[in-house]
Design a protein around this ligand. Structure first.
Ligand code: NAD
Ligand code: MG
Length: 362
């Protein structure tokens, strides 16, 4: 039986694809219509496979389904792990008509997508994201890739999935810190382009953190809508897609400073969004009450609103200078003209920037 579906589409011409957001879709939804050949390879990891692999297999009744279970963690988003996927594809004689299926969080999604982009010069793939971050962010937009020892996401390709199937019920097993980290990106969408959604989040944050299915589904849907609209407008990040980096330049500095260990990406982004909000207030775009609203919402989502102890303005300046999104050596920031209205600039008052750094670093 096909469950009642909440459909939205990523509008990319010939590569247009649906995102299905429905509790219970994993296991009950027949994904055969999105499989071109007879072969399917499900890629998952040691944590997610015991929870959801059987259900995922049931979604491909007419196919020969193989699987590869990778070790869990960002540190395995590497060339060596990628090769394990290729080893299985070769071993099981998968052809150009195979379909790869990513079952897991953003790490599995990125590495599987990249395997699909490069196996036999590109084959179909399906995203079944199982973290909030992957459901609202990583699975939408077609960026795939792996890390190099010298830098995150350094090797990759744009490759769009055939379909994304997000089942909010899978979030029930997610550790609370991972849930909060995903919520940072949800809040980001409200802040960058949807004041109504931001108000809705203020109304429903407690329900969301209590994992109530209906509000959760709505939050995922509106987040995907927002990312899908931005991606449709700017698939290759030539313009508006940069707005998705709100809080990320400050956040990357935090992640690099802490060695990508203690802080989850979403946590660093939350503190980063608070810093971007503060700077936007200092520059006269936001008022005090706006900043209070952002702070309250992040706190209710159990997210940090300050950078880690011991991080100084010197650290921030040095780390932000080398951000890969910078153009011609100038720090590029996403700021807020108002809540729900972000813009990108390299041209901001350096004194206000200093004041923000000093305000947050003790
Ligand atoms: P993750 O994939 O590491 O998942 C977080 C943890 O949750 C892992 O331990 C995972 O095994 C576990 N997990 C996953 N689903 C679970 C479930 N339902 N129940 C219990 N545990 C579960 O991390 P993430 O936050 O999902 O994704 C982060 C990655 O996504 C990064 O590598 C980042 O670069 C990438 N990313 C990509 C894009 C993109 O556009 N392609 C966007 C944002 C992030
Ligand atoms: Mg992010």
């Amino acid at each position: 039986m096909q469950p009642k579906q909440d459909h939205l589409n990523v509008e990319l011409g010939e590569r247009r694809y649906p995102i299905v957001i429905e509790e219970g879709s994993l296991g009950s939804m027949d994904l055969s219509p999105w499989v071109a050949g007879e072969q399917v390879l499900i890629v998952s990891n040691e944590t997610v496979a015991p929870l959801y692999l059987e259900q995922a297999r049931a979604s491909f009744p007419g196919s020969r389904v193989d699987e590869v279970i990778l070790p869990d963690g960002e540190r395995y988003k590497t060339w060596e792990t990628l090769n394990r996927i290729f080893d299985v594809l070769i071993d099981k004689q998968h052809t150009r008509r195979t379909t790869l299926v990513a079952l897991g969080g953003g790490v599995i999604g990125d590495i599987t997508g990249f395997a699909a982009a490069t196996w036999q010069r590109g084959v179909d793939f399906i995203q079944i994201p199982t973290t909030l971050l992957a459901q609202v962010d990583a699975s939408v937009g077609g960026k795939t890739g792996i890390n190099h020892p010298q830098g995150k996401n350094m090797i990759g390709a744009f490759h769009q999935p055939r379909i994304v199937v997000a089942d909010p019920l899978t979030l029930g097993s997610l550790p609370p810190t991972e849930m909060a980290a995903g919520m940072a990106e949800v809040i980001k969408y409200g802040l960058i382009r949807d004041e109504h959604f931001l108000s809705w989040l203020e109304e429903h944050m407690d329900h969301l953190m209590a994992m109530q299915p209906e509000p959760l589904k709505e939050a995922i849907r509106r987040s995907c809508e927002c990312k899908a609209a931005i991606v449709a407008e700017d698939e290759r990040e030539a313009g508006v897609r940069a707005l998705l980096n709100l809080g990320h330049t400050f956040g990357h500095a935090i992640e690099t400073h802490t060695g990508y260990s203690d802080w989850l990406h979403g946590e660093a982004v939350a503190a980063g969004m608070m810093m971007a909000t503060d700077l936007s207030e200092r520059l006269g775009y936001l008022n005090y009450n706006d900043s209070v609203r952002v702070r309250q919402l992040l706190i209710r989502a159990r997210l940090p609103v300050n950078p880690p102890e011991g991080m100084s303005p010197v650290h921030f300046r040095a780390l932000m200078q080398v951000d890969k999104k910078n153009v011609s050596g100038r720090v590029r920031l996403v700021l807020l003209r108002a809540l729900g209205d972000a813009f990108v600039t390299e041209d901001f008052d350096p004194e206000a920037f200093e004041a923000t750094l000093n305000h947050f670093c003790h």
